[in-house]
Write a protein of this length. Sequence first.
Lengths: 120, 120
Amino acid sequence: MAPKNTPTSRVELLQGTLDLIILQALRWGPCHGYGMVQLIRAQTRNVLHVETGSLYPALQRLVRQGAIATEWGISDNNRRVRMYRLTTKGRARLTAERSRWEQLTEAIASLMLPPAAEEP
Amino acid sequence: MAPKNTPTSRVELLQGTLDLIILQALRWGPCHGYGMVQLIRAQTRNVLHVETGSLYPALQRLVRQGAIATEWGISDNNRRVRMYRLTTKGRARLTAERSRWEQLTEAIASLMLPPAAEEP
DNA sequence: TATCAGTATGTAGAGTGTCTACCTGTCGGT
DNA sequence: ACCGACAGGTAGACACTCTACATACTGATA
């Protein structure tokens, strides 16, 4: 996927997971872009590093799709920030993405297991 | 990701998972392309449908990378098939892909949880 | 014997999402 | 006066999967 290898223990995102991650991050309340990067980093103990070059386009995409809404605001340290929040549509989207993710992980988990005995 | 929606309960693959799936499928022994499709389908109870248009290029990719080896053979029903098998390199690759996958799922799982209490 | 479904391998091109690499600007501390 | 952290953003490359199509062989069935 990404051309480069993993120098430390870095995990590259899989295509399609970023939307889920963003929606998930916004579940705790409105947040601005840069804040999400840190939130996700902290929440995953430094495993997931969302690149801003991926994040901002993804946010715009989600806004276009109506999953999140945005407005200018002021951060704690008195900076002009673009705040994002989940819409009703976004909450539904999150639910859908989560179940999709669960299905996929379960399916892959079942491939990890020894072959299933065929059932008649 | 894919332009179309999900008619039934179909789960689209995430980009980057196919290699893991193929390597995993070959863990049970050599197999040919079409056979893998059915194996994966059966093993995941019809959740994962690997498209042949994705599979064959992926197999070629893995051969190029030395993760799998291939040779012509004969299937059970007397058909000319291209058999694939894991190489030593491929087995190592599988291990790597699995740990990568585990890291990612764990990281995303931790995002699903309530926010972590910050630790000093 | 014609035809069709299933088996089997493959290619071309589109679409999409993430990445790297860059750019701009503000604020607080030194 | 400068620097690092904070904050938002764009352009283009790259990689992967998808749809759609093409080929060929086999066995069953009409």
